[in-house]
Ligand binder design. Structure first.
Ligand code: NIG
Ligand code: FE
Length: 408
């Protein structure tokens, strides 16, 4: 018998390819994989021969929608404890920044994370990761940043990297040792920055899990000068640069991300005109985190029209974390991106696929449906793909495909 060119073929699907900065819809389509990668896609009517001659396994999908596996490019899903106490304080009128200054906020999660075992951290992060995967996610960026000492930062990266063995998702770990100044360094800011640059960063490189470095640049965290020093060290060592920028105040974070050659600046509620221009000029992606704006009741919105005019790539992400975005519902985040930030449904869907892949420097490999790309797919029980950011309810995911294999 002649060998069949494809391992698996999905028929009866409406494809949202996410190519050319559009949904790239192909109705009544089919998509084939071999060797874990997309081998062919197009209209089912254009298949080169009968299904059974082309593929060893044929999956008839009866009109489901098929998108690339979603990419959550900004999460903090590894942490101990919770922040219900902060939640109550915010409901009584205290601000996120005031709670942080009084020793709550990120530092309360640092205490719980330092006290947790790797097994505890893993079990709870796997549960959160499963929730993301139930929303079609097959790639998750996971930050450290609740250790703020050498052993716990490395433990967080180890736990993050290990999640891929328990989830149908690839993990991109990010070193965020500069999340806030730990109290043991009060009055010795430069010593902590030195610890990050001279000890934690080299140890993380040696460990080999982190692919990116991130800093929280904010007046409750690190100054632009400190952020620059840390980012330059990480980027100089070969990591991708990320920056929590201009979330609560305008510290010119967008321009800093551009100046150091970071891949993204994230949050951006206070991004200035100058920052937009700098990001556009240096092709820095904007990662918009509407879950955090919603949770904290932010009084400003990222300058979406200016970002759009400047041609800045806009990704969106859950920012899943215990403090500012206790949210793993990707559909709600896509919906909030439309309702709160004024993104179109197309921008919102591109934000968790093609744009998110670019943020993680994985756009050559995933985030769009094209021949040669990884066969990571989400199949959805919807009549129109825009429903993914329209309903705020249960996930309409029918099934996931990871590396061309159906996820049980
Ligand atoms: O992306 N802004 C800083 N980091 C997180 C919040 C972390 C926390 O509050 O625990 C964020 O919003
Ligand atoms: Fe964050």
């Amino acid at each position: 018998m002649p060998t069949k060119p494809w391992d698996r073929l999905w028929t009866g699907v409406n494809l949202a390819t996410m190519t050319d900065a559009s949904l790239g819809v192909i109705r009544q389509g089919a998509i084939a994989a071999s060797g874990g990668r997309i081998a062919w896609l197009g209209r089912e009517a254009d298949l080169p021969a009968t299904h059974t001659r082309m593929a060893r396994d044929v999956v008839a999908c009866g009109g489901a929608w098929l998108t690339p596996g979603l990419i959550d490019c900004h999460t903090h899903i590894v942490f101990g404890g919770d922040r219900t106490a902060d939640f109550r304080r915010r409901l009584h009128g205290e601000s996120y920044a005031d709670i942080a200054r009084s020793g709550g906020g990120i530092m309360s999660t640092v205490r719980a994370t330092r006290a947790a075992t790797n097994e505890d951290l893993t079990a709870r992060a796997v549960a959160r990761g499963r929730e993301l995967c139930s929303w079609g996610v097959t790639t998750i960026e996971v930050k450290s940043g609740y250790g703020l000492d050498l052993p716990t930062e490395l433990r967080m990266l180890e736990v993050a990297a290990g999640l891929s063995s328990q989830l149908p998702a690839d993990i991109a770990p990010t070193l965020l040792a500069a999340h806030t100044l730990p109290p043991e360094y009060a009055g010795r800011r430069q010593d902590y920055v030195g610890l990050v640059v001279d000890r934690i960063l080299p140890a993380a490189l040696e460990q080999g899990h982190a692919t990116a470095i991130d800093v929280f640049c904010e007046d409750i965290a690190f100054t632009p000068a400190e952020s620059r020093r840390i980012l330059e060290a990480g980027i100089g060592a070969g990591l991708h640069g990320r920056l929590h920028a201009d979330q609560l105040t305008d510290l010119d974070g967008g321009a800093l991300a551009a100046a150091v050659g970071a891949r993204s600046a994230d949050h951006l509620e206070y991004l200035s005109r100058r920052g937009v221009d700098a990001m556009a000029g240096a092709d820095v992606c904007a990662v918009l985190l509407p879950g955090a704006a919603y949770t904290l009741g932010a009084d400003r919105r990222p300058p979406v029209p200016a970002l759009r005019r400047g041609g800045v790539t806009m990704a969106i992400a859950t920012d899943a974390n215990p403090g500012s975005s206790p949210i793993t519902h990707v559909g709600a985040v896509m919906n909030l991106a439309c309702i709160l930030f004024g993104l179109t449904p197309e921008e919102s869907l591109l934000g968790v696929t093609a744009a998110a892949a670019k943020v993680l420097a994985l756009d050559h490999d995933r985030g769009t449906l094209r021949p040669g790309m990884r066969a990571d797919f989400a199949l959805w029980d919807v009549r129109d793909v825009v429903e993914l950011c329209y309903w705020v309810g249960a996930s309409p995911l029918r099934s996931l495909v990871k590396d061309a294999n159906p996820v049980p």
